[in-house]
Design a protein around this ligand. Structure first.
Ligand SMILES: O=C(O)[C@@H](O)C(=O)CO
Ligand SMILES: [Mg+2]
Length: 256
């Protein structure tokens, strides 16, 4: 059974960010991810994680705007400088938080120039931060209209083309089911490239045990493949976060 992390940008939002760590640990999570940890002082986040005994396993590179702002710039030709500056900032924050994975968001863009920019920026970043694990994540076009990366074939081609050991795939089962219609087949196609997994129910993006996806079977499949990475709950809780954690309790019971 994989190790589970809580996405503190979407879970436990009923309490202040620095209080979410202890509550997540108490609930059984062993790690957390924070999409845009740029509004709170990094040493405060780090202290809260250490006090709760949790790893901060993933952050996104800026922009620090979750509420409808741009979704990254890595594939936006005219914003290459901005991407690189923001990446430097995420490296500084990741160092304080001791975070292993940094998700580099492509942003809204299209066409050949966007592809070349994405490849150039990602190659640059892999060399700039050889110690970091960098990820790219296909997002579906309904939730993220115009986002450059919403195709798994394209993600595989880009990762193969750059061929850097520190660049891999972030598999979000909600987006993957939306994009491919078959999460299990998608996982089997991309498994060797996957560095980090996020889960939610589909459709609806609520608790993993809502909707149509069979998570006990998916977790068993991850074990069969020897997946050793994290699985992060990244969803919108239906009520309070704690009331919707049966999926985690059941998974942890299978593990023990
Ligand atoms: O799935 C998502 O939306 C996230 O993992 C993300 O990185 C920001 O959009
Ligand atoms: Mg995701």
């Amino acid at each position: 059974m994989p190790r589970f992390a809580a996405n503190l940008t979407m879970l436990f939002t009923e309490i202040p960010i620095l209080d979410r760590f202890a509550v997540a640990a108490e609930a059984g999570f062993e790690g957390v991810e924070i999409l845009f940890p740029y509004d709170v002082a990094a040493p405060d986040l780090s202290r809260a994680a250490i006090a709760a005994g949790l790893d901060i396993v993933l952050i996104n590179a800026p922009p620090p705007n979750w509420a409808g702002g741009p979704r990254g710039f890595a594939a936006v030709p005219e914003l290459q400088d901005r991407f690189r500056r923001d990446f430097e900032r995420s490296l500084r924050v990741a160092q304080v938080l001791r975070t292993r994975h940094i998700h580099l968001m492509a942003g809204r863009a299209q066409g050949e120039a966007a592809l070349e920019t994405f490849v150039e920026n990602l190659s640059w970043a892999t060399k700039r931060a050889p110690h970091a694990s960098l990820t790219i994540e296909p997002l579906n076009q309904v939730d993220m209209p115009g986002y450059f990366l919403s195709d798994y074939g394209l993600a595989i081609d880009i990762i193969d083309r750059i061929a850097a050991p520190n660049l891999g795939l972030q598999l979000d089962t909600y987006h993957a089911q939306h994009i491919t219609g078959d999460i299990m087949a998608c996982w089997r196609k991309v498994a060797p490239l996957v560095r980090h997994i996020q889960i939610a129910g589909h459709p609806g993006r609520q608790e993993p045990d809502t909707g149509t996806l069979d998570y006990p079977a998916f977790f068993a499949e991850l074990d069969d493949w020897g997946y050793r990475g994290w699985v992060a709950g990244e969803y919108n809780p239906r009520q309070t976060t704690l009331k919707g954690l049966d999926w985690l309790r059941r998974a942890l019971a299978v593990r023990s």
